[in-house]
Design a protein around this ligand. Structure first.
Ligand SMILES: Nc1ncnc2c1ncn2[C@@H]1O[C@H](COP(=O)(O)OP(=O)(O)O)[C@@H](O)[C@H]1O
Ligand SMILES: [Mg+2]
Length: 344
């Protein structure tokens, strides 16, 4: 697997027509184009909750991309669309050039594409079958998606356990007999079993004790380097994202409001929302607090900036025109969606 340097790697854009993905990698492993997900609102006919709103994002080969934003902004919905756990309302998901949304769900479940994208879920307790031993859990994708003999399968399970630091004697234990960190390792081994090319991690350590989090994060960092995996790493822990990712995309109310090299975004955030988010990291200078509440994701107005009403620098135009992602200064890979970004 070839590694693409961050500078050459794609970035996220949500513009129209030909400018889409301008300045991005020529050959990303994943390309998301203008993806939308609307959920029907019960008891309100014709209304929908716009959980993912016009998201475009590329992930380069071997690249680690972070996805941050407060709870409810659409991170899990976005990654679930990518893993085909939801169908998109609109837009395309190109994996290695193949439009995944064109593959019917039934065929997709047993296609090579199913193995190519694997997910590690937020809560290892929720996502492990209580009636499966660790061995059964790790072997399950091998049974479904490969033609290994039982013997080959078992030696693969052993190798995976070793790879994630799970002692072999724990393989016959059930989830309730394992610690949080051990369950997390089982979830990671399951995701790695079929040798995915893109690993999606949705808050992989959020359910763990702080002391265990660091150990699991180190494991993930090591695996990523060893395997040259492309990763999409969802977290609300900004320090962790800064450490583990090459690029980061910031979401607010279903939309990407800023994207760029992680160091640049954390060191010099440009969008007012990112500035507030980054200021919440201890030691990052004065805390910027946005006034008011996050607007409702139900039937959001199409031409109003999502931050309008809370934004410290908002003006009239923000209520008339949706700002799109555009390059900031010289670095085409650093983009923000704001009418009033100060010059670099
Ligand atoms: N299956 C669903 N049906 C209806 N609404 C949903 C569903 N899943 C998520 N949502 C809504 O979509 C929005 C985004 O949620 P989610 O993707 O879970 O955000 P995050 O992972 O960033 O916390 C929220 O308003 C949430 O209530
Ligand atoms: Mg979530």
């Amino acid at each position: 697997m070839t590694h693409t340097p961050t500078s050459a790697v794609a970035t996220a854009v949500a513009t129209d027509g030909a400018a889409l993905h301008a300045g991005t990698a020529s050959d990303p492993i994943l390309r998301v184009e203008r993806l939308h997900k609307r959920f029907p609102v019960s008891g309100a006919r014709g209304s929908s909750l716009h959980a993912v709103d016009d998201v475009s994002l590329d992930i380069g080969r071997g690249e680690s991309v972070g996805l941050v934003g407060e709870s409810g902004c659409g991170k899990s919905t976005l990654v679930r669309l990518l893993a085909r756990l939801h169908d998109a309302s609109e837009g395309r998901i190109l994996f290695d050039g193949q439009d995944l949304s064109e593959i019917p769900a039934l065929r997709f479940a047993r296609s090579p594409w199913r193995s190519a994208i694997q997910m590690v879920f937020q809560d290892p307790t929720d996502s492990l079958n209580p009636r499966y031993t660790a061995r059964d859990t790790i072997a399950e994708p091998l049974k479904l998606l490969t033609t290994l003999t039982r013997e080959q399968e078992q030696s693969r399970v052993q190798a995976l356990a070793e790879q994630v630091g799970l002692p072999a004697e724990l393989l016959d234990r059930y989830p309730h007999q394992l610690s949080g960190g051990q369950k997390a390792r089982v979830g990671i081994a399951r995701a790695l079993a079929v040798q995915p090319r893109l690993l999606i991690l949705d808050e992989p350590t959020a359910a763990l004790d702080v002391s265990v989090q660091a150990v699991v994060l180190q494991l993930l960092q090591r695996l990523r380097q060893e395997l040259g995996l492309s990763c999409l790493f969802v977290s609300h822990d900004l320090n962790v994202v800064r450490l583990l990712t090459d690029r980061v995309a910031v979401m607010y109310l279903g939309r990407i409001v800023e994207v760029g090299p992680s160091e640049a975004v954390f060191r010099h955030p440009r969008h007012p929302y990112t500035k507030a988010l980054v200021s919440s990291i201890p030691g990052q200078g004065p805390r910027i607090k946005l006034s008011g509440e996050v607007a409702s994701p139900i039937d959001p107005p199409s031409q109003v900036c999502r931050l309008h009403g809370r934004c410290p620098i908002g003006q009239d135009v923000c209520a008339r025109q949706m700002p799109l992602l555009r390059a900031i200064g010289d670095d085409v890979n650093h983009r923000a969606a704001c009418h009033f970004i100060d010059p670099a």
